[in-house]
Design a protein around this ligand. Structure first.
Ligand code: DSN
Length: 415
């Protein structure tokens, strides 16, 4: 019997149920993944008890000699991974990382130009409901009806807005981001270029997506999406002045004590991200997403931008009677977990939407390859073709549960 089971059976049972859910359903939310048991062990380690405000060798508490070792290792591995000079591994999450970048480089009321949330951007890229749109004057660019960023149009908008900072990076964009072109746009208007690579970081470090370095002045990411690490954030730069400002913005500006146990887990994940096994994983993530897009298009579904260059596929139901919300619910009944998502040209509310976003990272971590993704894509199309048919959804759920159970989760990588 585990300590948890003995001490708090209610939470233990919820953990068991969640494990069963994760095991038996097909996890296809593009921002989720399954991390390594070694990462989870580091997250549950003795460092959970340590206060270490400050940075390695410059702490406000005694007894930090081993916490220093942990954080320095995480920093060094992050810099090696993304080929940059400075990394702050303390952000508790992506939003905090982005908030620190703004706090470091902007004054209240300065202008931000970021990708519109409804076009695939992120709340923290200037949405009016987020601190990024409340504390700063925010403006947006979006995608064209073909689902792609038109860089000439971004330049036109930037010339009119004259932003202090341009944010590139997205949460629901299936195409490569041209960081060089964004650099040219930023230079044309004298703006700082900030790349948020939270979704694609795992591909970037494997060479499966172009790197934001050397083009971006500052780069943020989360560590739990395509990087398959613990939940958390990170900020990177090659500019020493920016690095100093970012460090002060994180601590003491926005956060208190760092989560040393999570930083330890980040370091463990980065060791995996630096391996040859990781390169094979990232390649497989892309290949699996490409199969998903191809089959869905062959089955008559409108894949935004006509395919994918990364780990996700955005499917549009603008021409259908049913919504993204309906599709999300029907797929859920069939044991496939996705999320509803707005699409270019959206006509429905953000709570209903006309699309779904589907990702390949988590199932690829379970070892699924092209053959499984072909089967899954066909079952997704079967559900969508007959969206009211709950009996059929139950049959598909049973079939997919059997498929899922052939792929264990929470094992060390076998690639
Ligand atoms: N919530 C994340 C996503 O799903 O993309 C972004 O923060």
């Amino acid at each position: 019997m585990s300590f948890l089971q003995e001490f708090d059976n209610e939470i233990f049972e919820l953990c068991e149920k969640e494990l069963e859910r994760q095991t038996d359903h097909l996890e296809m939310i593009a921002s989720e993944n399954f991390t390594l048991p070694a990462v989870m062990e580091a997250m549950g380690s003795v460092f959970t008890n340590k206060y270490a405000e400050g940075y390695p060798n410059k702490r406000y508490y005694g007894g930090c000699e081993f916490a220093d070792g942990v954080e320095q290792l995480a920093i060094d591995r992050a810099c090696e991974l993304f080929n940059c000079q400075f990394a702050n591994v303390q952000p508790h999450a992506g939003s905090q990382a982005n908030g620190a970048v703004y706090a470091a480089l902007l004054q209240a009321g300065d202008k931000i130009l970021g990708m519109d949330l409804s076009h695939g951007g992120h709340l923290t890229h200037g949405s009016k409901v987020s601190f990024s749109g409340k504390n700063y004057q925010s403006f947006t660019y979006g995608v064209e009806l073909d689902g792609r960023i038109n860089y000439d149009r971004v330049l036109d908008i930037a010339k009119i807005v004259q932003p202090k900072i341009i944010v590139c990076g997205a949460s629901a964009y299936a195409r490569e981001i041209d960081f060089k072109r964004f650099r040219e746009i930023a230079d044309a208007v004298g703006a700082i270029l900030f790349a948020d690579i939270a979704h694609i970081a795992g591909l970037v470090c494997a060479g499966e997506h172009p790197s934001p370095f050397p083009y971006a002045d500052v780069v943020t990411t989360t560590t739990h999406k395509t990087l398959a690490g613990p939940r958390g954030g990170m900020i990177m730069t090659n500019d020493e002045e920016i690095a100093k400002k970012v460090n002060s913005a994180i601590f003491p500006g926005l956060q208190g004590g760092p989560l040393v146990h999570v930083i330890a887990a980040k370091a463990v994940a980065f060791k995996y991200n630096l391996s040859d096994a990781w390169k094979a994983y990232a390649k497989q993530v892309k290949s699996n997403a490409a199969v998903l897009a191809k089959v869905l298009m062959e089955r008559g579904y409108d894949v935004v931008s006509g395919g994918t260059d990364n780990h996700l596929v955005l499917v549009s139901f603008l021409n259908k009677e049913f919504s993204g919300k309906d599709a999300d619910a029907a797929l859920g009944r069939a044991g496939i977990t996705v999320n509803k998502n707005t699409v270019p040209g959206e006509t429905r509310s953000p709570f209903v939407t006309s699309g779904i976003r589907i990702g390949s990272p988590a199932l690829t971590s379970r070892g699924m390859k092209e053959a499984e993704f072909e089967t899954i894509a066909n079952r997704i199309a079967d559900v969508l073709d007959d969206i009211e048919n709950e009996a059929k959804q139950a049959e598909i759920k049973a079939e997919l549960k059997a498929l899922a159970r052939n792929f264990v989760i929470y094992t060390q990588p076998t690639y």
